[in-house]
Write a protein that binds this ligand. Structure first.
Ligand SMILES: Cc1cc2nc3c(=O)[nH]c(=O)nc-3n(C[C@H](O)[C@H](O)[C@H](O)COP(=O)(O)OP(=O)(O)OC[C@H]3O[C@@H](n4cnc5c(N)ncnc54)[C@H](O)[C@@H]3O)c2cc1C
Length: 392
């Protein structure tokens, strides 16, 4: 791997995540993939070593520092061993972002220390049955009634759904205004009128819990509104700016994990009296895989650093690029890794087909790759029309 000139703190964070991944996740990844159970024992280990602390500033009990880069490093390492188990962490990173972005001091003090300690997982909910890519079409309402908002509606396919305790939910506080009337509220598990649908039976990331959130006259105190009414979509978009490099990191981890297994297998498997790694056709395939994984990693790290630097340029286009590029690489590399394993790669007795199944979701969630390309092209064309340099 290239030397990315990580700081001592970043190296320590990465090494800690790597230890957890190798000692706690890899041995049980197949079990959770088959059973689809939520990996609570692993999550508790992650909490014990303060892994969730990287998501929270120091003043609220976390590690602080270069938070995006640290999140990226942890997500990548965990995903090398299991892209599904990694989501208990990465889904919490996504869910806590609206609090970090739009929460006031009191809200941060109330929620963040528990997240830093790994006592409470988080989830972010915008998607609804009829509103996926078209997130502006959400219908869940949160109507003010005295000192509460009353929520009604259904959120679909929410990562960490049912397991998390803290939900950042995008809902319409002023339905007449459509997306401009959207707000983000924190809804805690256990609030009356808040329940969960069945756990989804998925193709990949099976250790991750995906559930519906159902709100029926669910009363949430006004103190749980993040930012001002009507700023929900701005908060959601800023959330994706910061979280998409995390999906990129998950993709890089899955791709690297598959590549490592493919290289080891190619050196071990013999045909025609030689290891299959001696055949140029396979060597070039492995070389292409390695090249693409490294390019994806370099882009993801660069965008994470851009965000941590607090650059005046909004990262929107680059976050979309990191997510889109890395996830396309993950799909290609994991598919080719199965190819390297030949027929054995197709068998569930071998660990490689799981990587291919896990990779697919990274092209779909937090905006499909069609939507990422749409965002990238809109910004590109907008910039050219306005005659500005790239990056604004
Ligand atoms: C396992 C899993 C976990 C998830 N976790 C969460 C979560 O934690 N929180 C959350 O809020 N959501 C979550 N989602 C939802 C996810 O973000 C959406 O599935 C995704 O945004 C796509 O929406 P959709 O599935 O409704 O697809 P659709 O929007 O119906 O898209 C269908 C197809 O049309 C394409 N398409 C749509 N519009 C356009 C366009 N304008 N241009 C070109 N192509 C287009 C899409 O790319 C796609 O190929 C999760 C989904 C899954 C499957």
């Amino acid at each position: 791997m290239l030397d990315y000139l990580l700081t001592e703190e970043q190296e320590a964070v990465r090494d800690l995540a790597r230890t957890i991944a190798e000692e706690e996740i890899r041995p049980v990844a197949a079990h959770y993939d088959v059973t689809g159970e939520f990996p609570w024992p692993v999550v508790r280990k992650m909490a014990e070593v303060d892994l969730f602390g990287v998501l929270v500033p120091e003043e609220y009990g976390g590690l602080g520092g270069t938070m995006t880069m640290n999140m990226v490093l942890v997500t990548e390492e965990l995903s090398k061993a299991c892209g599904g188990i990694a989501l208990a962490f990465a889904g919490t990173a996504l869910g806590v972002l609206p609090i970090l972005i739009a929460g006031n001091e009191e809200q941060k003090r109330r929620f963040l220390p528990d997240v830093a300690a790994g006592r409470r997982l988080c989830a972010f909910a915008i998607t609804e049955p009829q509103a996926g890519s078209d997130a502006g079409g959400i219908r869940t309402t949160a109507l003010r009634d005295g000192d509460h908002y009353v929520l009604n509606g259904t959120k679909q396919w929410i990562t960490n759904g049912g397991e998390a305790e803290i939900y950042t939910v995008v809902a319409l506080t002023n339905p007449a205004k459509g997306p401009r009337g959207a707000s983000v509220l924190v809804v805690e598990k256990g609030t009356p009128g808040f329940s969960f649908g069945k756990k989804e039976d998925k193709m990949g990331i099976r250790a991750s819990a995906t559930r519906e959130l159902v709100f029926q006259d669910c009363r949430v105190p006004v103190e749980n509104l993040l930012g001002k009414e009507g700023t929900g979509f701005i908060t959601a978009m800023k959330t994706f700016d910061a979280s998409r490099p995390g999906v990129g990191a998950q993709a890089v981890g899955i791709a690297q994990g598959a590549l490592d297994l493919a290289v080891a297998y190619a050196m071990e498997r013999k045909q025609f009296g030689h290891p299959v790694s001696s055949f140029q056709g396979l060597r070039f395939l492995l070389a292409d895989m390695a090249m693409k994984v490294e390019a994806a990693r370099a882009l993801v790290y660069a965008v994470a650093r851009h965000i941590d630097a607090g650059s005046k340029w909004r990262p929107t286009m680059y976050s979309a690029m990191a997510k889109c590029f890395a996830s396309d690489v993950a799909m290609e590399v994991t598919t080719n890794a199965v190819q390297v394993f030949g027929g054995y790669g197709y068998m569930r007795d071998y660990p490689i087909e799981k990587y291919m199944r896990d990779a697919k979701i990274t092209q779909i969630y937090e905006g499909t790759n069609q939507i990422q390309r749409d965002e990238i092209s809109k910004i590109l064309i907008g910039e050219h029309v306005a005659g500005r340099g790239s990056g604004s």
